[in-house]
Ligand binder design. Structure first.
Ligand code: TYD
Ligand code: MG
Length: 450
């Protein structure tokens, strides 16, 4: 197809330009110019063009779900992939997106679904090597090495797969645009065309996208709004654990997570998460605390590591990996105010071990305990678990899932738990053998380290 002359449209004011610039010459907004496809084809049929009553609409094949039987995956997408839905799977390079997808496709193919894996990133040889390594059944799995959208669409029309995965959306380009692959306009246009195809033909589509360091799907954050579901695969390359998180789902809940570990034979489901992590918590050093996090219907234990060091800098470091930096700032402010401490000459680094991310405020008590422990250079009592939210007045507040966190700590062999005093029911709880230490406020927490 011959290239057509591009035109750029400001997404803010709608002004049009023949050339791309960083700033709109009309309204002055930055970074709002997007390439526009000039060719206008009539894409609708007159007979479809009148409104109908909602009651007259018959739902056919409603909510047919494809179950992959990878339970950790199925649960995250709400019981299976909905036929004809379009999803996005994000994750940093090397985290295991292609591995996960190949394993899922093999399962779906085994269940007699016609699946197609389109790769613009790797050669057929590389994919074959990976499939060999994963010991998956390969004869029903179709593979296409391509990155041209028109070529892929031709293939989809000819082969009519039930489910197609594009690895990755950043490698795609359409002849309709002159911009290079990976740019916002290419990614958006390609995704838009694929989505239209998906909805017209009831084909399931999953787009894989690399995320940048900031955690956005590089460039095309707008895709998140277009698709039916968005999943992220998290974890650190050098660590085994992987967590699959749903951040958007038009067909189900978004607070479930799936847990996997990366092995020599690919991703393996973890159905009893804590048996894998428990060994790590046996030794305690100053600056570490164990937090029991709630992820969907699961309780997971995570190690928080804090380093408080002296600094000569005017602007001491406040670094938080795996959690909200504002949360850290708040905790420092509360400690300074209510315990009369001064961290203005201290760099503070926080890391959540294993590449996990936690955004629930229940982490406050554990984070504070680790921070105080590092600052005072005193280790916390061994085999302890911490959870609770701090208020600005320095008191700890109860959090959701209290009983689950408590009983799971006991089941996993922890000896004691520190939790907000106000969360304890007067009637008490039955069958508790773990030592329960209610903490009212940060003064009481300080005493734990005395
Ligand atoms: P990959 O799926 O290629 O990551 P992504 O598509 O997200 O970029 O996985 C990359 C890493 O996983 C790579 O460093 C090798 C490792 N790996 C295993 O440890 N075991 C395996 O069975 C496979 C296939 C990969
Ligand atoms: Mg890949």
């Amino acid at each position: 197809m011959s290239k057509i002359k591009p035109e750029y449209v400001c997404q803010s004011c709608g002004a049009r330009f023949p050339k791309w610039t960083g700033r709109c010459g009309h309204c002055g907004e930055w970074d709002t110019l997007v390439e526009k496809v000039l060719e206008t084809k009539k894409t609708w049929v007159a007979s479809e063009n009148h409104p109908q009553s909602l009651g007259a609409i018959t739902v056919h094949e409603s909510e047919e779900r494809w179950v992959t039987q990878v339970h950790e995956f199925d649960r995250v997408v709400g019981g299976g992939i909905i036929r004809g839905s379009v999803g996005l799977l994000g994750g940093s390079p090397g985290v295991g997106k292609s591995t996960l997808i190949l394993q899922l496709l093999a399962r779906l193919a085994k269940n007699r679904l016609k699946v197609l894996y389109v790769s613009g990133e790797e050669s057929a040889n590389q994919i074959k090597h990976r499939a060999d390594r994963l010991l998956i059944q390969q004869d029903k799995l179709l593979v296409l090495i391509a990155s041209n959208l028109e070529q892929i669409l031709d293939c989809l029309r000819a082969d009519q797969p039930d489910f197609v995965v594009i690895d990755s959306i950043q490698t795609l380009y359409t002849d309709q645009l002159t911009a290079s692959p990976g740019t916002v306009s290419q990614v958006r246009e390609s995704a838009g065309v694929l989505m239209k195809h998906a909805k017209q033909t009831n084909t399931g589509v999953m787009l894989i996208g690399h995320v940048t360091k900031e955690g956005d799907i590089a460039g095309p954050r707008t895709l998140e709004h277009m698709v039916d579901y968005v999943l992220y695969l998290e974890g650190e390359k050098k660590e085994q654990q992987r967590i699959l998180r749903s951040v958007k789902n038009r067909f189900g809940t978004v607070n479930e997570v799936g847990l996997f570990k990366m092995t020599a034979k690919g991703l393996v489901e973890i159905s009893k998460p804590n048996s894998l992590f428990i060994d790590r918590f046996l030794s305690t050093h100053p600056g570490t605390a164990v937090f029991s996090a709630r992820e969907g219907s699961r309780t997971i234990f995570l190690e928080i590591q804090v380093l408080v060091g002296d600094t000569q800098q005017n602007n001491p470091a406040r670094t938080a990996m795996g959690m909200d930096r504002n949360r850290l700032q708040l905790i420092i402010a509360v400690l300074e105010k209510h315990l009369n401490m001064n961290f203005s000459h201290n760099d503070i680094y926080v890391n959540l071990a294993g590449g996990f991310r936690v955004f629930e405020p229940a982490i406050d008590l554990a984070l504070m305990a680790a921070l105080l422990s590092s600052h005072l250079n005193v280790a916390l009592p061994e085999k302890s678990v911490f959870f609770g939210e701090i208020s600005l007045t320095g008191e700890f507040r109860s959090v959701s899932g209290m009983e689950e966190r408590l009983y799971e700590s006991q089941r996993c062999g922890f000896k004691r738990v520190f939790l907000p005093a106000q969360s304890l029911k007067p009637s008490g709880m039955s069958n508790l053998t773990i030592e329960v230490n209610p903490v009212r406020d940060i003064h009481e927490l300080r005493e734990v380290l005395a």
